[in-house]
Design a protein around this ligand. Structure first.
Ligand code: C2G
Length: 130
């Protein structure tokens, strides 16, 4: 029984998000998703997400490929989250390539290619310009 864990903000949920979650789920038997807290986004990106953490948790937990969700409060806690959830593999999109290799002592780390031409920032800019 192989548990896969992944992390993300998943703000303004789009096809790039669903594809990375589907591909992550295929790498194991059970998919756990850490959804970034609003405060983590403010610290990381300098702005609050469009959808708040309760809404984003609700969206991710409704997906059939997702077995469990929790709130990711800090990037530095990644190893603790992996150990607490018993994850065997960490999956991230390749915009994070190399960034989480420091947890490879506790689990396998896999970076998947991102879906081209779609991003939350691009969607926000598109909508703002309509
Ligand atoms: N993603 C993708 N293709 C896109 C856009 C996003 O595969 N076109 C993937 C990202 O690579 C990531 C996941 O979707 O694996 C979530 O992306 P974001 O919401 O942008 O996540 P981020 O804010 O980078 O948070 O601990 C890590 C952070 O919480 C990751």
């Amino acid at each position: 029984n192989r548990t896969v864990i992944t992390f993300g903000t998943f703000d303004v949920f789009h096809v790039g998000h669903v594809r990375v979650l589907q591909r992550a789920a295929e790498l194991g038997d059970r998919l756990v998703v850490g959804v970034s807290a609003d405060a983590l986004n403010v610290a990381k990106k300098g702005r609050a997400p469009i959808f708040n953490e309760a809404e984003r948790l609700e969206i991710i937990s409704a997906l059939k490929v997702v077995d469990e969700v929790f709130l990711e409060e800090s990037l530095e806690l990644k190893r603790d989250y992996i150990l607490e959830r018993g994850a065997d593999v960490l999956v991230m999109g390749d915009d994070w390539a190399g960034k989480f290799d420091w947890v490879s002592d506790v689990c396998e780390v896999i970076y998947l290619p991102r879906t081209p031409s779609v991003s939350t920032t691009g969607l926000i800019e598109h909508i703002a310009g309509l």
